[in-house]
Design a protein around this ligand. Sequence first.
Ligand SMILES: [Zn+2]
Length: 533
Amino acid sequence: MREKISKVNLNAPSIILVATLWVVFILNITFAKNIINDYPDLWSNFVFYFQIFLFIAGLFVFELMLLATVMSLRLAVSVSILTASLASYFMNTYSVIFDAVMIRNLFETNTAEASDLMTLGLMLNVFLTGVLPILLLWLMPFKANGIWHSIKFRITAAFVALLLILSSVVIDSAKMTSFAREHRNIHVYANPIYPFYSTFRYAQEVWPFKEELFYHEITQITEVSPQPIKNVTILIIGETARADHFSQNGYHRQTNIYTSEHPEIINFNHFYSCGTSTSISVPCMFSYQNQDSFDVTIAPFEENVLDTLARAGVEVVWRDNNSGSKHVADRVTYQDYSRPVNESYVCAGECRDETMLTGLDELIRSSNGDVLIVLHQMGSHGPAYFQRYDETFEVFTPVCLSSELSQCTQNEIINAYDNSIIYTDYVINESIKLLEKFNAYSTNVIYISDHGESLGEAGLYLHGLPYGFAPESQTHVPAMVWSGDRSNIDRALTSKNSENVYTHDNLAQTLLSLFGISTTNSKELPQSFIVFR
Ligand SMILES: [Zn+2]
């Protein structure tokens, strides 16, 4: 046997090629099933399947090369195939998803629990799809190359992997973007990439240097001026709303159906975002860094304006119907509204933004001091704009009823998008209505979107372009302020300045001034965009 095998000439490229084909075609059955389930039409999706093949193959080779920086190539292949083989069995048999929680479970499981899983099926499966190919790999003669040759080879292979990934996207970027955003349920079955990624996430969670050890305050509170009456403010962080689709900013369609009933609302028509994606804009707008110096990897460990407010005694509550606070609310009360855990939630597949208003009355009544409630919306998150609102808000028709924007006309896409803006306008108005009940307090509603959106202009869709290249539609955001009759906002002076150019950088000082807080870094911060009495 060994004689015969030894006639086969093994070299590094052939090992990678065979391992990649093995992993993609044998160990990704659940992933493939899910792809075909979501993209059932074989003929029209043929090119897309090829894109996915290139993408998964590229990711796998890249993962191999990462592992091969700390071990031999054959060991890296063995670890990857064994992991994929085990994961594939549990995915195929139990539909297990190997997320960070599952990896945590694996590491914390005891032998009794583990032995329950040791079935004949598991052993047979892992022997055939994992152990056997690994045995063959180690039985065949393999001539190891010198160190420099190995390094050069790894770099080249990693580069080829990146090329595969890039070309998979370039073939049809719209299709891949929609796959990346709208089919997250499938990503978790990419094997062994997702299990490895989750292990990395888990390692980050349990790493002994926890963020508390790094977290540091960067400012000191010098004064908190006593407020005559309790201040209750709702700050709505919008999602993907672009300024020029708000009728308040001159859009030819009436998209501010509800808030236009409030002449006391002050609209800011020259407001710009810090980033072109949620993951940058949200932490940036609450940080004390300005857009030009903002570092998203440092932000989680640095005091942000919500930390300061909480330290000054303001009750800060972050309610989220989006993808989390991006570490902004790590140290304040955080409530997840994206899952239907309560019967009173308004959920249709996903939960509606108005759900975040549930029980706010009691929260406001029961709090002793000032309150800031941040509502992080789902808003107009694309490309499935039509899924962001209920039928009542379908004012503009026909709408694009697909996440594949390439299948819709631009008009259908814009109709669906504008309907989602109308729903956001409804949510802003519902927040105002809620605070109108508390007319003994100083009440305010502040709305700012995180970034804009491209809707097919110049062939561009969605958002996230590098800021320097991004069209204004992705960076010019709607912003408005409503204030109750006893609010500490000076409407006349604020209104007078409302034509000025402001950015997310102006939010930190605005929130400090809103609650009468002075800090040692107040002078360096860009000014408040609201004038207070
Ligand atoms: Zn966003």
